[in-house]
Structures are given as C-alpha cells and as structure tokens.
Design a protein around this ligand. Sequence first.
Ligand code: VG1
Ligand code: CO
Length: 553
Amino acid sequence: MAYNITEVPTTVFDGQKPGTSGLRKRVKVFQQKNYTENFVQAILSAIPEGAQNATLVVGGDGRYFSDEAIQIIIRLAAGNGVSKLIIGQKGILSTPAGSNLIRKRKATGGILLTASHNPGGPDNDFGIKYNMSNGGPAPEGITDKIYKITTQISSYKSADIPRVDLSQLGTKTFGNFTVEIIDSVDDYVILMKEIYDFEKIRKFFKSRPSFKVVLDSMHGVTGPYGKRILVDELGLPTNSSINNVPLADFGGGHPDPNLTYAHELVEIVERDSYDFGAASDGDGDRNMIIGKGAFVNPSDSVAVIAAYAKDAIPYFKGGLKGLARSMPTSGAIDRVAKNLGVEVYEVPTGWKFFGNLMDAGKLSVCGEESFGTGSDHIREKDGLWAILSWLSILAHANDSNPNVGLNDILNKHYEQYGRNYFSRYDYEEVESDKANKVMDTLTTFINDKSNVGKTFDGYEVAKADNFEYTDPIDNSVSKNQGIRIIFKDSSRIIFRLSGTGSQGATIRLYVEKYAAKDYQKPTQEAIQDLIALALKISKLVEFTGRKEPTVIT
Ligand code: VG1
Ligand code: CO
C-alpha cells in the first residue's frame, strides 16, 4: 500500500532543548498540536547519515502517550524517506534493549520514548531522545543541532499511513516503507546469556536454597525482562519478580530506584529477610541493590563490579580496557583502576559521555552515582546488567565462602581499598531564581582564588572550579558541568543543577569523604560535617527555605 506525503506548516515551540538525556516535559506539553511532530522532525533532520533510507529502532518504557508518539514517528519517518522502523511490541523497549537492538540490527539510530525515572501518566512526564548508530545517546553536537532546528522549523513532512497496531508481531509494508514489530525481550536475553554464565548463577541458587532474591520493577519496563531472566532462565520462584507489569503511569509511583521512592522494596527486604533485593527505573537503565541490613551505594557498586569483573563475568575474562565514572561519582573506582593498572576517566554527568571512550576501545566498565552502571556491551547504562553482575559476583564468591552475602563483599572491598563515603542530597522543584542564587553564590566562591589554601571547618581547599571536560577522542569541550570544591584530604563538595527535571529546578549536592581504615560508620555520620559546610558555603537553606532535601542517597 503506497501513501501520500504532505508538508504540514508549523510554528516554533520554545524550549525544545534536550537536557542530560533527551527532551523531557509534561505530557500536556507534548500533546499540544504539532509539538511532538516538531521535535521528531528536528531529530529526523539532524540524523548525521540523513533520514533518507535510514533504519531506526523505536520503543520506550510504555508510559502514557507512547502509542500516540509512535504513530507520529511512523508518519514522519515515512514522510522523511526512512526505509524501516523496528519497533518493540506495544512500544516496549527498555533503554538498554533499545541500545542493543540498534547495534545488533546495524540500524542508523533509534528514537527512545521515556522520561526515565520521572513519574508518568496524563499529568506527569514524557520524553523523547535520539540514539546514534553506536547505540548511545546523541552527543551534544547532535542535540545542539536538533535544538537549533526546533528554533527555525516551519514545516514537517508526514505520510498518511493509517494507525499501526503495535501489539501484533510481524512486518507491515507501505510502499517503500516497512514497520517491523518485534518481541521486546528476546534479543536482550540472548545478549545477557552471552555476557554471563547463567548455569553458574543457577547452580549458586541451587546450592543456597535459602538465598532469597526479589526484583521490584516498579511497574516500569524491566518487568517482562526481569521475569524472563530471573524466573524463566535462572529458575527463581515467581514472587522473585514484583510490580512487573509495565503501566502507563507506573501505578502512580515514582519509578526511581532509590531508598525514598523504592520504599516498598526496602520494606519487603527488611521484613521478609531478603538476601538480595533490586529495583530498576522506568526505562530500565538504573539499578539499586540492597539486602537485609545492606545497601550498595552506586559509587561502590561500579567499583566492586570492576574489581571482580575479570574473575566473575565471562564477558570480561580477557581483562578490562579501562574504567570511568561521572565527575560527581566517588573515587572508589579510581582505586580499583590503580590496582588493576588501567586508566580511569572522569566525564561529565550523563551516559552520552562514555560512548566515545567505548567506541575507541578504551573503556569496559563505568558508572554514575545516580544508580547507573554499565559496560561496553551496549552504549547505555543497564539496570539488569548490574543486577546480573552482582549475582555473578555472589556466585563466584560463594565458591570460597558458602555463606557469602552483600555486606561480606562490601566489607572485603573496604578492607582492601578503604571506603569512599558518599552521599547525594536532592532538593527537587526549587523555584528557578532561588536555585540560581545558590549557584551564583557558589560561583562567586570558586572565582575568589583566595579561597584556595584557606581552611573551612577543618577542611583546607585544594581546588575550586566549575568542571570542564575535553573529550579525549573528539576533543569536544563541555563546560559548566558542576561546581567542585575539593579539599586537601581529597574530600569533595559538588553542586549542580539537574538537567532531567520538567518543573522548576533540582539542586543536587554531592559529598565524598575517604577513610582508609575507619569504614564501619553509617554514611550520614561520616559526612555530616561536609554537608554542614556545603550548606554554609552555598547558603542553600537561606535562599531556598529548604531545611531538608527531598531525597537522600
Ligand atoms: C540524572 C543523573 C545522571 C543520569 C541522568 C539520566 O541527570 O544525575 O547521572 O545520567 O539523570 O538518567 P540530572 O541532570 O538530573 O542530574 V535516566 O535513568 O533518567 O535516563
Ligand atoms: Co533511566
């Protein structure tokens, strides 16, 4: 069946600037006439290889408005000469599964529909982002180009293709344009089986029948993936996978795996004495790992995974090419890199900064303090990958210690490397002008060079700046990536504004303090003086009126 293409006139919408990870706005904003069309047209026009004859992967976390957005993408893709769309069934593809498919099917790129950890539903958030042919989020050069196009757009090209039923697997052809609806989970499971020794994990569970595991998918996209892997493949009981039906509004919850928003999991793990509890976010790229009386801080998580990778995960048996972390993430992984004799890179916040290093063969394992961990198996962070990595580490450690648990692994790590105490305070939905005052105060502080060498509450300032990154592969420069106050004892205070929110401003405060020996303190006790100092220097409470943060990690 052929189709007609129309050039539809449109006018510019302000503010279609992609943030840390794509464009995220309220659903109501995306629902405005031509709003989504404009942004999709800008993406199609910015594809480096051109939209003509392109193959694109499309899918997301299934949140409210996904189906509508996909129908728009179908019409505009055909209108712009794209030859094929590969779409996850019912529009479902976790972000890591999408990244994998782009790579596996050698697609031109992909359009991922998610606002990740932001709540969904008619009154909450939707999001759209473009991923490149390497499977990774578009770098700033491309997102800047997309944004520029949105500020000049006057029309978009749309084909009169009828609504496509996304629930039916198979291929539909419209003239030169093809839509293939695929199983959302199959290819991802194949990939995980290539990376891990599933048989070893199964044996570990068999040898420890009392070892209890639970994954809370928070009604996000990992439900079907987690259930398939944990229950069908690894043989765990069905109640090991909970909240595993993706819902358009995530059941009214906030699909962000941290101790505040994943409180249901935290309660179950403590009440029913789970050895291993995990949660992932709306689009499946984040993970949180806990156990009864145990919490794996994400900065420690990536360090521990890196330390065990070669021995516990078959994919890494040849060794690691290099390690990396985002700037605010603690230096725990740096210590592992030093021990392994590999390079460690420090990049700005956002997964898009890891891709070049991976493509250049310089990076194997990396992570962000925001519950993001991953490797060069794809070009996105990967929640289930982190969970399987930890299960593989436990299975490996179980060979020599048949009672091993999460805290044993962590304590052994601290014993060897010392502990980088780390905590993040989030102040959500602060009025923008108040947040700006906080950042201005901090900017004045770092610009006053006389502060270097001065001592504040016992901490001597060694360096104070706004983090700037030069990509070692393409030499692109990213400025203003976060205010850093680094002290002589290597403690750090970092402030930045979130680039993923859709309402007001979110201030993130990160603190880190290293202890070579004294590693058994509760984190908040270990860092409380640094928090007090950070609040004093930034005047945060004074400007925002917020006495407490919204979330503490
Ligand atoms: C946050 C995190 C960052 C992460 C980003 C996308 O960004 O801090 O580490 O890469 O979310 O994660 P920001 O700008 O709000 O601090 V996801 O899982 O929302 O795509
Ligand atoms: Co996410």
